[in-house]
Design a binder for this molecule. Structure first.
Ligand code: ASP
Length: 325
């Protein structure tokens, strides 16, 4: 058995934002953590069996997409029109291949469709009805919009409409914000993501989201944009982000972490800290990211009050966390 075989690791996130002990009851915290633990268990099972990092990432994210608590798949945030438009992406660190879907309304597990784009097409990103048709051709049975509904997200949309603003999905009470900075005061994000190192020394990343509550029709965030919200390459790291997507896109944030490692020789921890500080915080964005490198080093960095997150290594002991401290 090689060293790498003992280092297989999975990291997940379930979004960042104003997540404090005051805003989250102990019983709800326990529910969020239970889903993280279930996602980690699903991915760990794959990795322990010798499965690929990509298999583990998709297994973990599927669990979170299927759970109504998180803003991906069932329980996704509502658009301004009262609909759901889902985005997801995967990237394989070994091959450099990537796949993504954006703005899909009928795909139960967008992460599976994203993987399909990577593996079955010559393309990287399919959007809207084209992506939905592709998913159906893959054999993914379409779901009705009602499938994604939760009362919680619907209430968030009503609050956002009253406040005339766009909310991140773990938002608490809406706050006033300057009209010129429509994304800036958003205070919660519920995107889900996973990064993994498998027994074979390969990395993968995936991210899935309903985007921002009250987002305009057709708005696509960073999650399905390769390099912005999702990135993986074996030589550096795998990264999945959550936060104000516009800042992640403008800063090509996930790739920025890898670039600091590749070109400046930074460690994963230093690269992630620099990226969050300089590219996210420095430009006024909010959120966080998870990352892993080929040695099994992991990072969970964020500039918000909390980030749903967890890690499991070869020993199978899952650790989850929510708050800053
Ligand atoms: N990054 C996502 C987006 O902008 C939102 C989130 O992380 O919750 O679509």
């Amino acid at each position: 058995m090689t060293d790498a075989a003992d280092r297989f690791t999975l990291v997940v996130h379930g979004g960042s934002g104003i997540i404090t002990r005051r805003s989250l009851s102990p019983s709800l915290e326990a529910q969020y953590r239970a889903v993280l633990a279930a996602a980690l268990a699903a991915g760990h099972h794959v990795l322990a069996d010798g499965g690929s990092a990509m298999d583990a990432v998709v297994a973990a994210i599927t669990v979170m997409e299927d759970d109504p608590l998180y803003n991906a798949g069932k329980g996704a945030a509502y658009t301004a029109e009262g609909l759901h438009e889902l985005d997801a992406a995967v990237m394989c660190g070994a091959s450099g291949q990537a796949g993504a879907v954006a703005g899909v309304k009928t795909v139960r597990n967008p992460i599976v469709a994203a993987r399909g784009v990577m593996e079955r097409t010559r393309h990287v990103l399919l959007v809207g009805e084209g992506a939905e048709s592709f998913a159906a051709e893959m054999g993914l049975a379409p779901v009705e919009p009602a499938y994604f509904h939760t009362d919680h997200r619907w209430d968030q949309l009503q609050k956002a409409r009253v406040a005339q603003r766009v909310l991140l999905d773990h938002d608490g009470a809406p706050r006033a914000e300057p009209a010129a900075a429509p994304w800036k005061a958003d205070d919660k994000f519920g995107t889900v993501g996973a990064v993994a190192l498998d027994r074979h020394g390969h990395l993968a990343a995936g991210t899935s989201t309903g985007g921002l509550t009250n987002k305009p029709r057709g708005r696509v965030g960073d999650s399905p944009i390769i390099g912005a919200g999702t990135w993986a390459e074996d030589a550096t790291c795998a990264v999945s982000g959550t936060g104000t997507g516009e800042y992640f896109m403008r800063g090509v944030l996930a790739f920025d972490v890898a670039a600091r490692m590749r070109y400046a020789g930074a460690t994963l921890a230093d690269a992630a800290a620099q990226t969050v500080q300089a590219v996210l915080t420095g430009r006024g964005g909010r959120g966080g990211l998870i990352g892993i490198d080929a040695r099994g080093e992991v990072v969970m960095a964020f500039n918000t009050e909390g980030m749903y997150r967890g890690v499991v290594r070869a020993d199978g002991v899952a650790q989850t966390a929510v708050f800053l401290a």
